[in-house]
Design a protein around this ligand. Sequence first.
Ligand SMILES: C[S@@+](CC[C@H](N)C(=O)[O-])C[C@H]1O[C@@H](n2cnc3c(N)ncnc32)[C@H](O)[C@@H]1O
Length: 260
Amino acid sequence: MMRADYSIKSDPSLTEEDRLDNHWTENWNKIDNQRRAQWRIKVRPEYKVVRKYAPQPGRTVRVLDGGCGLGEWCILLKNLGYEPYGLDLSTPTVQALRSEFPDMHFVREDIRKTSFDDNFFDLYISWGTFEHFENGLQDCFQEAYRVLKPGGSLIISVPFYNRRLKDIDAKHGAPVKDNAINEFYQWRLEPDELANEFKINGFETKHIEPIYTREGLNRHMHHAYGFPYGKLSRLSALALSPFVDPRKYAHMLIGVATKK
Ligand SMILES: C[S@@+](CC[C@H](N)C(=O)[O-])C[C@H]1O[C@@H](n2cnc3c(N)ncnc32)[C@H](O)[C@@H]1O
């Protein structure tokens, strides 16, 4: 069963859309809009998967980045020769991207209901965004299905309900929502749940893989042994990650599927 993560309750008078806009704007402001360098994206595990499954680049090959954040992937895709479109709900983030890159396509829209035509994109990528809606992931999948061309690829990452978390939940019980103090934050999925989401929304699964073992290990050392987050914990996680089982520790899942 998908597992829900909760966060501390924000202003209850806000709509879900405004809450998400505020949350992510705050997040991006915190890192002072420092965009990751292109080489840093190229060493991310998502890049390896995109290189393997994306169509060949071309000016007519349209790619949507759903939840594009600071726009790094769109900039990379443009440099690689694709025609990228970045979409995000964080208003100031998208405004900044539009003024910095007037020749590129950046829109402030909701990933669940976009303004793009049917069958518009050859490739749709989305990192860590489909899982943020309490009613499930289906609205994102259905919109992805609508805007992708038949045969087009969808590549997404979602939080992984890994064995470490399953063990913790088996011992202590899964997190429970207390309406007085917390609110829904995100879903965590197992690989067969992601495959099922692809299937029921009209996609054929090509590949699913746990990624970010190092990040998951870093969290484990913090929660299980009180290791403070910092350089030392990052280096320890880096050294240990090749020796641990990704199914137990990986932080995210990446999935690739095509529109039937
Ligand atoms: C985990 S971040 C990922 C950002 C970026 N893809 C990356 O890998 O750095 C999730 C992004 O999704 C955006 N987002 C959240 N809800 C959204 C929605 N309903 N529609 C569009 N974007 C949304 C957030 O503003 C945020 O930029």
